[in-house]
Write a protein that binds this ligand. Structure first.
Ligand code: C5P
Length: 227
């Protein structure tokens, strides 16, 4: 396929306080990874590279084969690294030769709808080299210095970054090759390599599951309402 999706799921999830690596924590009957893969496989046809902690490759393959339906042949599972960036690099190394558009997605954004994958992939296909899904910032944001407020920040010029982030493959490959430090997301790494990053609309359901409260929110979203 022309599109490759790298799903990074190799984090420990220490802030979640669970007894399994985060992507393998259950939300309902299914793991976080399995939910994340549902959005991926309902999106554009793509090679799907799943990056997991050492020792979890078999579990990931089981989840992936369940979620993939008739796209089973498009699944690749690889072992991640010590940082998110190292895990993405491991995913990049496993992409097939024909892939030209790469989407990088956090398994921790497990409820991301398929439409976001389509929106990001379309924007790259239509000529954007680097694409970031964003949401407007609803909180009033302050710049602080210790416990003092240093300045107000106009939220109209701010946006909250989500995943999947999409890139022309050559741009992402080169940016990873020249990266000389860890960045918090791929858009920042690609911007540091000198590329303009463009935004598309994200989705509230693409929130990142980091804390126990996020886990509760995800479980609530998945629970059918009875009243
Ligand atoms: O830790 P954080 O929530 O920022 O991680 C974001 C995503 O990166 C998660 O999906 C996590 O599994 C992944 N990750 C990874 N390898 C690491 C650290 C994080 O794949 N070493």
């Amino acid at each position: 396929p022309r599109v490759g999706v790298i799903v990074v799921a190799a984090g420990s999830g220490s802030r979640l306080g669970a007894d399994a690596p985060k992507a393998f924590v259950g939300l309902d009957g299914h793991t976080m990874l399995r939910h994340a893969l549902r959005g991926v496989f309902d999106g554009p046809t793509a090679q799907v590279v799943i990056v997991v902690p050492r020792g979890r490759e078999g579990d990931a393959r089981t989840d992936a084969l369940e979620a993939a339906g008739d796209r089973r042949d498009l699944v690749t599972v690889v072992t991640g690294g010590d940082s998110r960036q190292a895990s993405v690099a491991a995913g990049l190394a496993a992409l097939w030769g024909d892939v030209e558009v790469v989407l990088v997605h956090d398994a921790a954004r497990a409820l991301t709808p398929a439409a976001v994958f389509a929106r990001v992939a379309d924007a790259v296909a239509n000529g954007r080299g680097a694409v970031l899904p964003v949401l407007p910032v609803v909180d009033t944001i302050k710049q602080v210095d210790g416990d003092a407020v240093a300045a107000a920040v106009d939220r109209d010029v701010l946006a909250a970054a989500q995943t999947p982030q999409g890139f022309r493959r050559d741009i992402l490959d080169t940016a990873y090759r020249v990266a000389d430090r860890d960045y918090t997301d791929d858009a920042a790494l690609v911007a540091a390599a000198g590329h303009q990053v463009f935004t598309v609309a994200g989705d509230p359901l693409a929130f990142k599951i980091t804390t126990p409260a996020d886990l509760e929110r995800a479980r609530a979203v998945l629970t059918p309402r009875t009243t």
